[in-house]
Write a protein that binds this ligand. Structure first.
Ligand code: IPM
Ligand code: MG
Length: 363
């Protein structure tokens, strides 16, 4: 019997290419695993009106960790039109399977390391080593939204926020959409603690909370207040608080000043793309969605429909995601060998995909 059971979910488009490439590397490494395929993505939306079938959920409960490639998602109307005829008009609504996975398994931590490997011509600056901790289940991604605004919700809001709601007088419910941003104390505490633990383990000197408490007082405020309490338990590590807008500016100006960043779901989504671009772009952006029982590792890039079937995109983000999985499984030695190999290939500069100015294939 293999040492590990690994969920294998290539998904759509170039997800398949980068997963195939990663498999070659894992096999070479001698990683002792049985790979269990999981159906996920657009094909299953079209055929079953469910891009994350129950059998895949079941599978994820029975593996040690999983790798996920990419998925295609389209806005509501286009998604509906893509269904097989008999499922059209049945009220099925497309929901991103990766967002659902995160929620379903409480994969509360999204870990996104962004390291500038020496010799990468795409590095914005040498020596960068940023790590984003993104709260992965709450906030704007909870999907608690209204359109049109129900009258009873409106009445309650008028009661609690009379002056703010007065600006909507004369606007019909039909013309109002609301997306809620829900934070919990526990959610904030966990992501902040994850950030500090990581900083301590790997010797980062600061943890920066990236929020906007001067405007979004209650949710960002909760995160910052919890961070201040937790920071006291980590005397050697500085707590910095930077607003999301200013953070984008500072990351372009002085990215080398930062180490671990902690943010909520949507701000973390945004700032992690910025960090990724500082170290070469989405072709290098690996990530882990980590919960107490289940963990899914994926590149941050999408399915890149225009490159489908071309064996063209950079597999490094996926390979580094596999490296994160090895770390998660406690295979530190293999993880290190894999990362060293990636670093050596980047430094040598002979094998380069199109994003790095080369013409090598994904394989
Ligand atoms: C990411 C992606 C996803 C997100 C999309 C594909 C739903 O942008 O993992 O960062 O918004 O979380
Ligand atoms: Mg994103």
């Amino acid at each position: 019997m293999a040492k590990y059971r690994i969920g294998w979910m290539p998904g759509d488009g170039v997800g398949v290419d980068v997963m195939d490439a990663t498999r070659i590397v894992l096999d070479k490494l001698g990683f002792d695993a049985e790979y269990v395929h999981g159906d996920i993505g657009w094909e299953f939306w079209q055929k079953e009106a469910n891009p994350l079938p129950d059998r895949t959920i079941e599978m994820l409960n029975n593996v040690d960790a999983s790798l996920f490639g990419a998925i295609t998602s389209l806005p509501k109307e286009e998604a509906e039109a893509a269904l097989v005829p008999e499922l059209r008009g049945t009220g099925k609504v497309y929901r991103s399977p990766i967002v659902r996975l995160r929620q379903e398994f409480n994969l509360r931590t999204n870990l996104r390391p962004c390291k500038a490997y020496p010799g990468n011509p795409l590095n914005f600056r040498d020596g960068l080593d940023l790590v984003v901790f993104r709260q992965n289940t709450e906030g704007l991604y909870m999907g608690v939204e209204y359109h049109p605004l129900p009258q009873d919700v409106r009445d309650k809001l008028i009661e609690t926020h009379p002056s703010q709601m007065a600006t909507l007088d004369g606007t019909a419910n039909e013309d109002i959409a609301i997306s809620t941003r829900i934070f919990t104390r526990k959610g904030c505490q966990q992501i902040v603690r994850d950030g500090f633990e990581y900083a301590r383990k790997f010797g980062y000197k600061s943890v920066t909370i990236v929020e906007k408490p001067n405007v979004v007082r209650e949710t960002s405020g909760l995160m910052v207040r919890e961070a201040r309490k937790i920071a006291e338990e980590y005397p050697g590590i500085e707590l910095w608080e930077t607003n999301i807008d200013a953070m984008c500016m500072w990351l372009v100006k002085n990215p080398q000043d930062y180490g671990v960043l902690v943010s909520s779901n949507m701000f973390g989504d945004i700032v992690s793309d910025l960090c990724a671009q500082l170290v070469g772009g989405l072709g290098f952006a690996c990530s882990g969605n980590i919960g107490d029982k289940v963990a899914v590792f994926e590149p941050s890039h999408g399915s890149a429909p225009k490159y489908v079937g071309m064996n063209k995109v950079n597999p490094i983000a996926m390979i580094l995601s596999a490296k994160m999985m090895l770390d998660h499984l406690g295979e530190a030695d293999m993880a290190e060998r894999l990362e060293n190999a990636v670093a050596a290939v980047i430094a040598a500069g002979e094998v380069r995909t199109y994003d790095m100015g080369g013409s090598s294939t994904t394989t």
